[in-house]
Design a protein around this ligand. Structure first.
Ligand code: PMP
Length: 285
C-alpha cells in the first residue's frame, strides 16, 4: 500500500512520523474518514470543511498541502486501486522534538499530514445492514468538545470492546439520561414515521453523513425532529439506526437486550440507506 506523509507518497513500511509528534504524545491531532464508492470520494467537501473547522477550533495551522487535499485523495485512490473503501486523513500539530504541554511556535513547527487508504470491498452491499446491529448503552464520559474530530478515541474504543464482550456490535453513549451518539456514529430513532436525532451542539460530532441523510429525508417529505432522546424511548421506538461515513445508514435492531420494533431493519432506515447510497454515489467526485 502506498501512503502519504508530509508531501511524499511512500510504501507504508517506509513512512515514518517522529516519536515526539504531538498526536502520539498528547492526542493533539484531528482526523477525517472519507469513503470511496465506485472509485469516487463520497461527501468530500463536507469532510474537508469539517477538517478546516476542527483545525480552527484547536488553533492548529492548516497543513501546507491543504489546498491539494482533493488531488492527494484521488492520487491515493488511484495508486492503491481503491474501488470501495476508505481514506483516513490525520493532521497533528507536529513535532517540536521534545515533550511540552505548551503548543510549539507554528512558525517553526509545521503540522504533520498523513493519509492512507483502506480497501473494503462490500462496503455498500454490506450484509450487516440487512440484519442490523445490536447496541448496549454506556455512560458518556468523553470531554466536552465532541464537535471537534480529535484522535482521542480511547473511550469510544473501550465502548466498542464493552459491546463485543456482551455479544453486541456497538455502544450508544448516554449523558444526563439522554443518548448523545454512538461510539463512532450518530444515533437516530423513528417513531410514528418521525425521525428523531439529537440536535447539533458541542455534545456530539456534527456528522457529515448525518447532514446528508437529514437533507435527503426532508427532501423525501419525511418528518425530522432534532432533539435528545432516552434509551427507554429508543427501546420503545419503531426503528433505530446510526449513520457514519463508513457505515452510511446502519439499522439498529436491539438496545440493551430489548428488541426495537420487530427486531429487524425497518422501512425508514432501509429506504434512507438506499437513498443515501444512490445520491452520494451520484454526487461523488
Ligand atoms: N460521531 C462520532 C463520535 C464519530 O466518531 C463519527 C464518525 N467519525 C460520527 C459521529 C459520524 O460522522 P460522519 O458521518 O462524518 O462519519
Amino acid at each position: 500500500r502506498t501512503v502519504y506523509v508530509n508531501g511524499e507518497y511512500l510504501p507504508e513500511t517506509e513512512a515514518t512520523v517522529s516519536i515526539f509528534d504531538r498526536s502520539f504524545l498528547m492526542a493533539d491531532g484531528v482526523y477525517e474518514v472519507t469513503s470511496v464508492l465506485e472509485g469516487k470520494l463520497i461527501d468530500f467537501d463536507g469532510h474537508l470543511a469539517r477538517l478546516e473547522r476542527s483545525l480552527n477550533e484547536l488553533e492548529m495551522e492548516k497543513p501546507e498541502a491543504f489546498d491539494d487535499l482533493l488531488d492527494i485523495h484521488r492520487k491515493l485512490v488511484e495508486l492503491n486501486g481503491i474501488d470501495e473503501g476508505m481514506i483516513y486523513l490525520q493532521v497533528s500539530r507536529g513535532s517540536a522534538g521534545d515533550r511540552d504541554f505548551v503548543f510549539p511556535d507554528p512558525e517553526v513547527v509545521k503540522p504533520t499530514l498523513v493519509l492512507f487508504t483502506q480497501s473494503k470491498p462490500g462496503l455498500a452491499d454490506n450484509p450487516v445492514a440487512k440484519k442490523g446491529i445490536k447496541v448496549i448503552s454506556i455512560e458518556d464520559i468523553r470531554w466536552g468538545r465532541r464537535d471537534i474530530k480529535t484522535v482521542q478515541l480511547l473511550y469510544p474504543s473501550m465502548g466498542k470492546m464493552a459491546a463485543k464482550k456482551e455479544g453486541c456490535d456497538d455502544a450508544w453513549l448516554v449523558e444526563d439520561g439522554h443518548v448523545t451518539e454512538g461510539t463512532s456514529n450518530n444515533a437516530y430513532i423513528v417513531k410514528d414515521g418521525k425521525i428523531i436525532t439529537r440536535n447539533l451542539s458541542s455534545d456530539i460530532l456534527h456528522g457529515i453523513t448525518r447532514a446528508a441523510v437529514l437533507r435527503f429525508a426532508r427532501e423525501a417529505q419525511m418528518e425530522v425532529e432534532e432533539r435528545p432522546f432516552t434509551i427507554a424511548e429508543a427501546q420503545d421506538a419503531d426503528e433505530a439506526f446510526v449513520t457514519s461515513a463508513s457505515t452510511f445508514v446502519m439499522p439498529v435492531v436491539e438496545i440493551d437486550g430489548a428488541k426495537v420494533g420487530a427486531g429487524e431493519p425497518g422501512p425508514v432506515a432501509t429506504r434512507l440507506r438506499e437513498i443515501y447510497l444512490d445520491e452520494s454515489i451520484k454526487s461523488g467526485i
